[in-house]
Design a protein around this ligand. Structure first.
Ligand code: ZN
Length: 450
């Protein structure tokens, strides 16, 4: 009975030591840290499941709402809140309180494959760089929740389940976004034609592979979104588009991105009274200043950390780019190291007015010497202090990660380099893509605590 073996081997950790962010306590695939939308202090990152509950015995939504995407919040909502004082709690998914084998645990293990696919979809969508409304749209796409003619016919809303452009072909989500003859020219125009036709990739694989693509993933999502919008306008409002009209519309969407689609509905977003939706975009430094953007990256799979960053002038031109492979260290240390390496380069290049933009609150606090967190980072914090005490002007700011995408790209690149810091070619095409992405002031939506 392989299932039973797995179930027995699996009841290893008790609730008192289960890390909320770092252990797979929701199911055996999902590590919540992978879905974090904001940086947490190390202390919070290492906190236990019980620490994210309230005295009233509920999950601490006030803190959680801003930290995780709605799909993950939904998973947490569906999980029992641990009871304080009820003793060592061994209850894990599928493992009964007394550790006995149960049908429920067998089911949980047997449905493992489904869980993995779901996990891949969430990660793919959550890591996709683009407006939240398109992320939610892509989630609907991957779960076949769009009202195509096939779905409408099923519900008796129409008698014709076919695509209006392709005779005798059912209008499914895959048809609209990938197979319809009306979209061929569009995918071709944006150089996606080959993968769109690739018979070896099923629909979900095709979606996720394209969304993951570092250089073209964002455009891919926007094209899908535009195809669906166009299809709705045709079906609901009787409008018609030429292929060229559609291509122009998509190109405009790339440029103004969310501005073009702002008025569309957002699905399933968590809304609370003290939050407000704002548009976040990258802003160049003032003339005469140089901007240092840096970022850290942590891969849980091999417990490795990396950092990267770049310097940009007031015109948005990149004058230096770097990435570091930091081996095994924490994400906070990686964020801090990224900033320190960037400051060294800025000093060596003779810049004396530097604006430092980081998306890690903890790193910003350490650099500004707020709180006592700097003591945990010993030499590195001292090094930062020494750099900042030199005769130059350095302003340190926290920015949202939505406008730090070029630095994020470089930090990820650090994992593939040798240990240490490397200065990189500022003309690397992939880097240029992310620089343009930022320089277009691509607005991104974000719910912000007010
Ligand atoms: Zn069609």
């Amino acid at each position: 009975m392989p299932l039973m073996k797995q179930a027995t081997a699996w009841s290893i950790c008790d609730e008192t030591t289960t890390g909320f962010w770092t252990h797979p306590w929701i199911n055996h695939e999902t590590i919540l840290e992978d879905f974090l939308q904001e940086d947490l202090s190390e202390e919070d990152l290492n906190s236990s499941v019980a620490e994210w509950t309230t005295e009233e015995g509920t999950w601490d939504w006030r803190r959680l709402n801003s930290l995780l995407p709605v799909e993950i919040l939904a998973l947490i909502a569906g999980t029992d809140v641990p009871l304080p004082g009820s003793g060592e709690d061994k209850h894990k998914w599928g493992i009964e309180q007394d550790g006995n084998f149960s049908l429920k645990s067998a089911y949980c293990l047997a449905s493992d494959a489904l869980g993995k696919e779901e996990d891949a979809i969430w990660k793919g969508i959550w890591k996709w760089k683009g407006p939240n409304k398109i992320k939610h749209f892509m989630w609907l796409v991957t779960h076949n929740r769009l009202m195509t003619n096939k779905e409408r016919a099923k519900r008796g809303l129409t008698t014709n389940s076919n695509c209006p452009h392709c005779n005798n072909t059912e209008e499914t989500v895959e048809h609209i976004l990938r197979r319809c003859k009306k979209t061929e020219g569009v995918w071709n125009h944006f150089n996606f034609f080959i993968t769109a036709q690739d018979p070896s990739q099923d629909f979900k694989t095709w979606l996720l592979n394209n969304m993951k693509d570092q250089s073209k993933g964002t455009e891919f999502g926007i094209i899908c979104w535009c195809l669906w919008k166009q299809r709705n306008e045709e079906a609901m409002e009787g409008k018609s588009f030429s292929e060229m009209g559609l291509i122009k519309r998509i190109s405009a969407c790339f440029t103004i991105n969310t501005n073009a689609v702002t008025n569309s509905a957002c699905i399933g977003l968590v809304k609370t009274s003290n939050r407000e939706r704002r548009f976040i975009s990258w802003k160049p430094p003032k003339e005469g200043w140089i901007q240092l953007q840096s970022d850290g990256s942590y891969k849980r799979s091999n417990r490795s950390a990396a950092a990267g960053g770049l310097l940009r002038d007031h015109l948005g031109k990149c004058t230096a780019a770097y990435a570091c492979n930091l081996g095994s260290c924490t994400i906070t240390r990686a964020e801090l190291k990224g900033a320190v390496e960037g400051l060294k380069i800025a000093w060596e290049k003779g810049y004396r007015k530097v604006e430092v933009n980081l998306d890690s609150n903890t790193a910003v606090s350490i650099l500004k010497e707020k709180g006592d967190t700097s003591s945990n980072h010993g030499l590195l914090a001292l090094q930062a202090k020494e750099l900042l005490s030199r005769s130059w002007t350095v302003n340190i700011n926290h920015v949202y990660r939505e406008c730090n995408s070029a630095a994020d790209f470089l930090a990820s690149m650090g994992h593939d380099l040798h240990f240490g810091t490397h200065q990189l070619d500022t003309c690397d095409p992939k880097l240029l893509y992310w620089l343009n992405y930022d320089a277009r002031e691509t607005s991104q939506e974000r719910d912000i605590l007010i």
